[in-house]
Design a protein around this ligand. Structure first.
Ligand SMILES: [Zn+2]
Length: 544
């Protein structure tokens, strides 16, 4: 999960019955700026600016710390850096500021962390403006910097301190803060802790413990929740949408790059991939990006028609060629003209039609069934198969010469399980298509979709989402809205249906063990009978 994939509408909701605003399962209080300004003004008079700075920093620290734990309970981030970047949403949800974090350095081993933050529309600056007409002598966004410190300390696992270096209340364009680990400020962790203690701070380890306990409870509550969405702000997700192809994975990026290269040429393209991976979508993409896009795109499924009918559909026939041939029939090759002709499931093409197709490819001419004259064709062939054509060649089910004619530029669409990064994007895309404005998926549902192996690929995903929408109606989609087969699916039960390779099986089993051990590499390597280092290497190799 990347920070930018977070959707506020999926984590904010209302408690059924009371209508209280909730963040995850935690109740929040919404307070307007005027009331907060008055509170701060009174506190300022009562305790003075220095004391107030301490109280506010500490208050912010707690918001940040709780926010970091809360958001990590909702989402599995790809890296600690993505987790840290998600602070933006805590700042937004809390109404503190619109912040943008830039991380310069993150290394837990060497205890080094450096980042800078730009805060726009800080609510503390707004409060200042309503209290005073003067410029502030010093930065005043104590809650924001406190929240940043608390949030980053939890992510980093030891003390991090954020300091505001320029504040809008002082007359700067925005507020700027610098965040660093204790060592990067030239302080020891103990010194930073002492600093917080001066702000009348209790040791925060204890609070983390308490919060973690609460967190566990929250996670349980969350699983049972069925709330309505409080659509405060919809954050648009960056979708790698290229003419109907939704992707973000490296595997798809590489594939699209190749498709872009071959599209404008006249080469025959062979698209390989499991059922449901979207081979026809890719074929249309290639057609649309070729010089033939103004001409027709025809698709035929070679497995769907009996051989005689298929022959006449492909190559046409002349009147009287066979009983029932009452008129001339042009056939799809000629109908395609200068367009693209997509032959799906080419591996199922009967042998006698294979030789006929080979002649078309070699001589660029069609002879209709029963015809004496050959007619030139300019159609471009894009073929697709979910079979391993080389194996079919070995088994004499597919002509070798035809195979080499077709496999000039082979493209392979990877199964969905090998491009997990696309699952969330695709799911949201289908949801938006099927039910525009739907409140979306619960974090648990997202986790479930991302761990399921999807043997039926994109098509299966689309069907499942349609199923889930029917059950969920206008409510947010939860795990229980998915078909039973998916909810109870563990990565190994699918093996009898999709017969994976040993390597794929190893990958699934490793994933299952990691899931069962809660990603504990030590425990997992013990179960798998390897060293932790080997396990790490394997995880890396498998791109898990
Ligand atoms: Zn400020």
């Amino acid at each position: 999960m990347l920070a930018k994939d977070i959707k506020l509408s999926e984590i904010l909701s209302q408690e059924p019955g009371t209508g209280f605003p909730l963040f995850g399962a935690q109740r929040m209080i919404i307070s307007g700026l005027p009331a907060m300004s008055r509170l701060l003004k009174q506190l300022l008079t009562l305790i003075g600016p220095e004391q107030l700075a301490g109280v506010l920093s500490r208050f912010g620290y707690q918001i940040g710390m709780a926010g970091a734990l809360k958001i990590a309970a909702l989402y599995d981030f790809d890296s600690p850096m993505e987790w840290l970047k998600s602070f933006k949403y805590i700042g937004s949800i809390a109404g503190i500021a619109d912040s943008m974090i830039e991380i310069q350095h993150f290394d837990r081993e060497t205890k080094s962390l450096k980042f800078s933050v730009i805060c726009k529309s800080s609510f503390e600056v707004e409060c200042w403006k309503s209290i005073s007409t003067d410029m502030a002598p010093n930065p005043i966004c104590h809650i924001s910097t406190g929240a940043l410190s608390g949030f980053a300390s939890v992510v980093f696992g030891s003390e991090v301190l954020a300091k505001e270096v320029a504040c809008q209340a002082q007359g700067h364009k925005h507020c700027f803060a610098e965040g660093r680990s204790a060592s990067d400020w030239g302080l020891s962790s103990a010194q930073v802790r002492e600093l917080w203690a001066q702000l009348e701070m209790n040791p925060f380890e204890k609070e983390i413990e308490l919060l973690e306990e609460k967190l566990k409870k929250t996670q349980k509550d969350l699983a049972r929740q069925k709330e309505k969405i409080h659509d405060l702000e919809a954050q648009t997700t960056q979708i790698g949408d290229k003419d109907g192809i939704i992707y973000r994975s490296g595997n798809m990026k590489k594939l699209i790059l190749l498709a872009d290269k071959v599209a404008p040429t006249h080469s025959i393209v062979l698209i390989q991939g499991e059922s449901g991976t979207g081979k026809e979508v890719l074929a249309r993409y290639i057609h649309n990006h070729s010089g033939r896009s103004e001409h027709p795109f025809f698709a035929v499924n070679c497995a769907a028609l009996p051989p005689k009918l298929l022959e006449s559909e492909l190559f046409g026939h002349v009147k009287g060629a066979f009983t029932g041939a009452n008129s001339n029939h042009k056939g799809l090759f000629l109908e395609t003209g200068k367009g693209s002709f997509f032959l799906d499931e080419i591996g199922e093409l009967p042998l006698e039609l294979q030789s006929k197709l080979l002649r078309v490819l070699q001589e660029k001419e069609i002879r209709p069934v029963g015809g004496l004259k050959s007619i030139p064709t300019k159609a471009r062939i894009i073929a697709a198969t979910n079979r391993d054509l080389k194996t079919l060649v070995k088994e004499k089910m597919f002509r070798e010469d035809l195979y080499y004619r077709l496999a000039v530029f082979p493209l392979t669409v990877k199964p969905l399980r090998d491009r997990k990064e696309d699952i969330l994007l695709l799911s949201r895309h289908f949801l938006e298509q099927l039910r525009p404005g739907h409140p979306g998926f619960s974090p648990a549902a997202i986790r479930m979709m991302e761990t399921y192996p999807w043997p039926g690929n994109v098509r299966e995903l689309e069907n499942c989402i349609e199923y889930a929408i029917i059950l969920a109606g206008q409510d947010r989609i939860m795990p229980e809205h998915f078909p039973q087969s998916i909810v109870s699916e563990d990565p190994l039960t699918a093996i009898s249906s999709d017969l994976p390779t040993l390597k794929e099986l190893e990958k699934r089993y490793t994933r299952l063990v990691l899931k069962t051990t809660n990603q504990n590499k030590q425990k997992a390597s013990k179960i798998l009978g390897t060293s932790v280092t080997t396990l790490w290497r394997r995880i890396k190799e498998m791109g898990m």
